[in-house]
Design a protein around this ligand. Structure first.
Ligand SMILES: Cc1cc2nc3c(=O)[nH]c(=O)nc-3n(C[C@H](O)[C@H](O)[C@H](O)COP(=O)(O)OP(=O)(O)OC[C@H]3O[C@@H](n4cnc5c(N)ncnc54)[C@H](O)[C@@H]3O)c2cc1C
Length: 484
């Protein structure tokens, strides 16, 4: 039997990024995936001549976020990202850009003027507090607003919260909205990354500040430092109140979502073996230390990285500590329904690139993805994906019926142009960022067992969050002496 350094459970974007990065650090890696296809939630496939994605996707933080760091450092082939475009709001009689800064709010007449003033004040206050270091992750969006706003305004805020966290405004933290709306930007510099993976020593700070510290009398230096810290940092994020663009640094992969998956696979060294239709049923532990997994057969390795649901771990390992098992039960997630409609022509309603949001009653987020790339459809046709957050306690049939009802209400013309219908029910992220929701640690309470994926990192969302979790994994493996 072949002996591996690392076994990765799951071949979604997190598992494949783990395999890619670890193999480039010299490890021999085996990836085991239970389904027939690779990519998990990150893939595309053909339905009646239309190429649909696994849910409508915007890839975020492409300039300096974690995926950018991983692409720059480990990819041999890079996907091409088309400029994302804009976010729009649709109502029965209006279609306009989503406001993402105070200037936009002034002209955003879908909501009453008084409410816009109040919303602008709430954002300014939250961003000011966050910039001065106050943690708003325990404060709900709802609690950050006054009580006398119109129903439309609450629906609008609830919808934006829902798309950012998967849950309502009462369960979504104010911090989540600030980061998800790009007011607070996710980034990781190459230098920070190199320090995390142990490539370079943390720089001893030879900043202006430390030079001043060495030459100025103490009292003078302290007051200067206070001024630098308190004034310049808040200003850089506060100025976004005026200039923020919610679609900043976002893109859609040319040729569809699968080209991101393909770029990872093309970059994978030959030292990585991947097996599909191979479900891991047990993670094997001896003397408190992991030594392999049971799948189609026993596979042995010194390290195991689990990228399925962390909440599945108690099924895979006997005798996990009870408090750990209890904590894992606190992870919450949401279900999504995506409806792909292949249209017999390009409709004027979808004459844009980006996405649109419907925020009344049953909100959707829709993307006409063939506007980025006409090769995703047969000639002259159009492909639009609509995603809904659905109620897990209701039947899928009734949620689908309601979803179609909403689409036809929002876009009455569309029904007579539908040539292809395709539905997907998925779990977009393994943990929703709610106020009380739990996230698992990368280190499991068993030596050499690690967890990666969207239930281990609260930052950002989706693929960007998966990439953060991989960077954090590399950092922790490095700290544990397991990276090199
Ligand atoms: C409708 C929708 C819209 C989305 N929109 C966006 C977006 O706009 N932007 C964005 O960045 N992200 C978006 N996402 C989220 C993004 O696709 C996911 O967060 C990301 O792909 C998750 O990757 P992952 O590898 O962590 O998890 P997954 O894709 O869930 O992969 C986990 C893999 O592990 C396998 N597995 C699990 N258990 C086992 C086992 N025991 N043995 C073997 N294999 C196992 C599973 O089969 C799966 O393939 C969206 C998702 C959906 C559904």
């Amino acid at each position: 039997m072949e002996k591996y350094d690392v076994i990765v459970v799951g071949a979604g974007v997190s598992g494949l990024l783990a395999a890619l990065t670890l193999s480039k650090h010299g490890k021999k890696v085996l990836v085991l995936e239970k389904s027939r296809n690779l990519g998990g939630n990150c893939n595309s496939y053909m339905v009646d001549g239309f190429q649909v994605d696994t849910g409508a996707h915007a890839i975020t933080h492409l300039h300096e976020g974690p995926l950018r760091r991983l692409m720059d450092n480990y990819f041999e082939y890079l996907p091409v990202f088309e400029d994302y475009g804009h976010y729009y709001l649709r109502t029965e009689d209006n279609f306009m850009k989503v406001p993402s800064n105070l200037k936009d709010f002034v002209t955003f007449d879908m909501l009453p003027r008084k409410d816009r003033v109040v919303l602008s004040q709430a954002i300014t206050k939250a961003l000011t507090l966050s910039s001065f270091g106050f943690d708003l992750s325990g404060q709900s969006v709802y609690d950050s607003l006054p009580r006398n706003l119109s129903k439309d305004t609450y629906d609008f805020v609830d919808t934006i919260s829902g798309f950012l966290s998967g849950k309502s405004m009462k369960e979504t933290s104010a911090q989540r909205v600030l980061s998800g709306s790009s007011f607070v930007r996710d980034s990781i510099t190459q230098e920070q990354f190199d320090v995390m993976i142990g490539k370079i020593e943390p720089k001893r700070r030879q900043s202006t500040e430390s030079i001043l510290e060495s030459i100025l009398p103490y009292n003078l230096h302290v007051s200067l430092k206070a001024r630098v810290n308190r004034v310049s940092q808040p200003f850089t994020s506060l100025e976004r109140l005026a200039t923020n663009r919610v679609h900043y640094s976002q893109g859609y992969p040319r040729k569809g979502l699968k080209s991101l998956l393909n770029a990872i696979l093309y970059s994978m060294p030959k030292t990585v073996d991947i097996k599909t239709e191979c479900e891991v049923k047990k993670i094997l532990v001896r003397d408190g230390k992991v030594f392999g997994v049971e799948a189609d057969e026993i596979h042995q390795a010194n390290l195991v990285i689990h990228t399925g649901f962390a909440s599945d771990l108690p099924k895979l390992i006997k005798d996990l500590p009870a408090p750990y098992v209890e904590k894992l039960k606190e992870i919450v997630h949401t279900k999504s329904l995506s409806i792909w409609l292949g249209l017999d022509r390009e409709l004027p309603e979808f004459n844009y690139t980006g996405s649109e949001i419907w925020f009344k009653d049953f909100p959707y987020w829709a993307m006409p993805i063939s506007n980025y790339d006409s090769s995703l459809t047969p000639k002259g046709k159009q492909l639009v994906g609509f995603s809904f957050v659905i109620d897990e306690n209701k039947s899928e049939k009734s949620e689908k019926k309601k979803a179609y009802g909403t689409i036809f209400r929002a876009l009455p013309e569309i029904e007579k142009h539908i040539e292809m219908k395709h539905e997907q029910i998925m779990i977009p992220e393994k943990a929703a960022v709610t106020i009380d929701g739990y996230f698992a640690d990368i280190r499991a309470p068993i030596k050499n067992l690690y967890i990666a994926g969207t239930d281990t990192d609260k930052r950002s969302m989706g693929i960007t969050r998966a990439a953060y979790s991989i960077i954090e994994l590399l950092k922790i493996l490095n700290e544990d002496g397991n990276l090199y």
